[in-house]
Design a protein around this ligand. Structure first.
Ligand SMILES: [Zn+2]
Length: 262
């Protein structure tokens, strides 16, 4: 039975991952970071709410829009105009599917699963958006803060809500100082706002684990990128994805990691 549930949530996660890909694109369009390809193609100016091809704006059939499967069958190309579809699409779908399975195994089939899954969805969205556009959309952070509030209401918290609030303010203050000291070079203000959410979700000591993972993986990622660019060209890397990676690890395994170290 357990396996049956996990399969259902895996499939659900694949579809939600597909939704995240679409949300990233539409948010980028509304922020003016990406040109709206479909509006250029549709003559009467009425945009379709159905999925469309990234390149020519043609409406997709349902079978061209099956998470992961369509990408594999079409060998990573669009059926209509044979352009390469980003590998990031099926990866996001798969990762979201796996995260859904982990979330249901951690939270169980309880009411807190609903805000938990919304939270996971927005974390994946913010991760991808920051990776692509170096920006953490505020609306995503706000939704996540609200979801944590609902989680705490359903009794997710192991300590008092006040202690979570203290961790949130502390985490925001910590990144806020780094933001000010580095004059916004080490991270953006979106990361500072994300830190508030992280503290609120994780509390102490898991928030420390999250930052630890974020800074270590960020340093490794930064060095890796520098080596890839060899010439040492100054390229900015977003910090948000590393913070979100740390959030996932600390959310599910923070206490285990903390108490195995100390
Ligand atoms: Zn096309």
């Amino acid at each position: 039975m357990q396996l049956f549930y996990e399969l259902i949530f895996l499939l659900m996660g694949l579809c939600v991952g597909s939704f995240v890909n679409m949300l990233v694109y539409r948010t980028a369009v509304s922020y003016g970071l990406e040109k709206d390809k479909i509006l250029r193609k549709v003559k009467d100016g009425k945009r379709s709410e159905r999925s469309f091809c990234d390149f020519c704006g043609k409406q997709l059939h349902w079978y061209e829009n099956v998470p992961v499967v369509s990408w594999l069958i079409q060998k990573g190309k669009s059926r209509c105009c044979h352009k390469s579809l980003p590998l990031l699409y099926p990866i996001i779908e798969l990762v979201t599917g796996l995260l859904f399975v982990i979330t249901v195994s951690q939270l169980g089939l309880t009411l807190s699963l609903i805000p938990g899954l919304v939270l996971v969805t927005m974390l994946v969205f913010s991760f991808v958006f920051d990776l692509k556009y170096m920006l953490l959309p505020d609306f995503s952070t706000v939704i996540m803060v609200v979801m944590v509030g609902i989680l705490v209401y359903f009794g997710w918290g192991q300590v008092s809500p006040l202690q979570y609030l203290e961790a949130a303010v502390g985490a925001m203050g910590f990144l806020g100082i780094l933001y000010l000291v580095s004059k916004g070079k080490a991270m953006g203000f979106g990361d500072v706002k994300l830190a508030f959410f992280m503290g609120l979700l994780l509390g102490f000591p898991s928030i420390v684990v999250a930052f630890y993972v974020a800074f270590i993986s960020g340093a490794v990622g930064g060095v890796g990128l520098m080596l890839a660019h060899k010439a040492g060209r100054k390229s900015l890397i977003p910090f948000g994805p590393f913070l979100i990676l740390g959030t996932f690890i600390a959310w599910w395994w923070g206490k285990i990691i903390w108490y195995s170290i100390w």
